[in-house]
Design a protein around this ligand. Structure first.
Ligand SMILES: Nc1ncnc2c1ncn2[C@@H]1O[C@H](COP(=O)(O)OP(=O)(O)O)[C@@H](O)[C@H]1O
Ligand SMILES: [Mg+2]
Length: 215
């Protein structure tokens, strides 16, 4: 069964970004999108993750056909309960403690906190600290923990390891990929790190306004 089907997407801002973009993600699968800065990776992730309708094309996500034909309240419920979005800018609540950020997310998604996951991400000892006191890498891992605590069926991640050193990036990717396997969820991520991309089931390259599968 497909968790995600994107069919023939195209989009332009001031100039055409891409056309004919199609991809499919099944349960347990991870998909990487590689491409130089400015090629449109984040924009594609925004389309796929309910945030930005493409100018053309259709997206089927989980049990919803053509997500941009849903009402805005249906789209909001889909985003809040079923989808996990990991962004470069973390959107953590900065005036709050790390643990409070996790509690808000798990409350909204009606899920229990998973302390084993926090230990694996190496942030179990910083939970009482304010977000602003954490390092960039700790904040990035906290934002990943916050999303995985929702137990999303489909995860979208924009440069999820961008602020991490190579070894931590590798560990974090392993945690995300283990999560997919254990929960039968799917992942689409944007990255310019070829090593991160190669750990995914499928790899696409966004180049010359076209998305081409290279693995
Ligand atoms: N909301 C927007 N309005 C106008 N132009 C945008 C907007 N978002 C992105 N762009 C432009 O679209 C291009 C692709 O951006 P982006 O999807 O962020 O690429 P990437 O993630 O591959 O670096 C860039 O030239 C960027 O400036
Ligand atoms: Mg980007």
């Amino acid at each position: 069964m497909h968790l995600l089907q994107a069919i023939d997407l195209s989009h332009a801002f001031d100039y055409p970004l891409y056309k004919g973009v199609s991809l499919e993600c099944k349960r347990g699968e991870s998909i990487a999108i590689l491409g130089v800065s400015g090629s449109g990776k984040s924009t594609i992730l925004n389309h796929l993750s309910t945030l930005l309708p493409p100018q053309n094309g259709v997206i089927n996500l989980l049990e919803w056909q053509d997500i941009y034909s849903l009402s805005s309240s249906e789209l909001l419920a889909l985003r809040r309960l079923k989808v996990g979005i990991i962004f470069q800018s973390h959107y953590l609540f900065r005036g709050f403690r790390a643990i409070e950020n996790l509690q808000i997310a798990s409350f909204l998604a009606k899920q229990e906190l998973d302390f084993d996951l926090l230990r694996k991400l190496g942030i179990d000892h910083v939970l009482r600290q304010q977000v602003g006191e954490l390092s960039g890498g700790q904040q990035q891992r906290l934002s990943i923990a916050r999303i995985l605590c929702k137990k999303p069926q489909m995860i979208f991640a924009d440069e999820p390891t961008g602020n991490l050193d190579k070894q931590t990036a590798h560990q974090v990717m392993k945690i995300i990929l283990d999560f997919l396997e254990q929960n039968g969820s799917g992942l689409v991520l944007a990255t310019h790190d070829e090593q991160v991309a190669s750990s995914c089931t499928k790899v696409f390259m966004l180049e010359n306004q076209t998305l081409r599968q290279i693995k």
